[in-house]
Design a protein around this ligand. Structure first.
Ligand code: FMN
Length: 148
């Protein structure tokens, strides 16, 4: 029997100090670690960020997703981790991505800034659904544009 597939979507506050350079290098580090580890564990997903916050979708076998999420929550590069969605799923949304980096286009960055102002980090269920829709839209746009 296949392990149950599980998905978590969270938002958190970006705590990476310094300028754009340190942000870029920390993000590169996070993506490299994530891609190696997630590939081994059968985890897929997407990461979005701006200078204010992160949003991440993690999907895969439930125990693997829970374990990596525990580690992620301890990471000092962000804080105020809020889970917006956590549920079993039938199919993966990001089957081809150990960790996609989405949302860099100006249009998407604008959407994120708006969402951040809108929620003020008191994210409820509706915001979770909305964010999820945005993340999915970004991921698909990215795949279409082939700019990963
Ligand atoms: C926003 C954010 C997202 C992260 N996503 C992942 C991820 O998907 N997979 C992963 O293995 N580590 C991820 N990390 C890194 C982990 O927090 C941690 O550094 C990593 O699991 C290595 O832990 P270790 O040094 O204890 O081995 C993320 C970190 C941050 C700040």
């Amino acid at each position: 029997m296949q392990a149950e597939l599980f998905r978590v979507l969270y938002v958190s506050r970006n705590r990476i100090a310094g300028g754009l350079d340190s942000l870029s290098s920390e993000i590169a580090d996070i993506l490299a670690t994530s891609r190696a580890h997630n590939e081994r564990e059968g985890i897929t997903g997407a990461l979005i960020f701006n200078s204010g916050f992160f949003a991440q979708v993690l999907e895969g076998p439930r125990s693997a997703v829970e374990a990596v999420f525990e580690a992620i929550q301890q990471d000092g590069r962000h804080s105020d981790v809020q889970v917006l969605l956590a549920s079993p799923i039938a199919v993966r949304a990001f089957p081809n991505w150990a960790m996609a980096h989405v949302g860099q286009s100006p249009r998407h960055q604008h959407a994120l800034a708006w969402l951040q102002t809108e929620t003020g980090f008191h994210a409820g269920h509706l915001v979770g659904e909305r964010l999820y829709t945005i993340v999915m839209e970004m991921a698909h746009a990215q795949e279409t544009d082939d700019v990963a």
